[in-house]
Design a protein around this ligand. Sequence first.
Ligand SMILES: [Zn+2]
Length: 238
Amino acid sequence: MPDLKLLWEIQALDDRKRDLENKLERAREEEELKPLKADIEEGGALFNQIKKEYNDIKKNQKAKEMDVKCANEQVKNLEKRLYDGSITNVKEMNANSKELESLKNTIRETEDNILVFMEKQDELRAILEKMSIRLNNKADEYRSKHRALLAEQDKIRQLIAQIPLSREKLVEKLDGETWQRYEDMKERFNDPLARVEKATCMGCRMGITFNELRMLKHSDDLVYCSNCGRMLYWEKQG
Ligand SMILES: [Zn+2]
């Protein structure tokens, strides 16, 4: 068997290139970051929903405060009329008192509502603050992981870029005929060259014959696996 060590090294380089390209493809898809991104988007949507609820309550509170202000004005006017002598008969006096009482009740109820709104706002504000901290932390985590991923992609690209030159140097040293045979077989196999270990073709994992083994060790011809057809490579010991 001719010395196929160079050819074996070339094939190993091609394997490595394929592995790196697959790794780069996976890194591009950002699989690892997808759940985190979804988590952040979901959290952001929930945050906005609660924020809207908070703003609505705040708006309602403002409206209620305006109601109380108007009602207080009315109370002031009614009280003024009660005591300034402009009311002259009992009927009118009673109607006035009744209206005044009703207004005061309304004011009390509205002020109770306002208190409830304020408590609810405090509660929501605390929730929003906690959510905001959590979301910011997750966004930081995403950014740092994304940066690491881009750095990894760069590293893989650099490693891939180094392969062609190393490969070319090896091909130059190889005899043309062996190289041509190998290239032809590339149409059938990704790995036309199979290492022989413990009398087994590592390409198809089948045992090779005694004759094939003898040829590998002692002949100058190329030897092929009688099962899968791959070119066999046996590493000389010592
Ligand atoms: Zn085989």
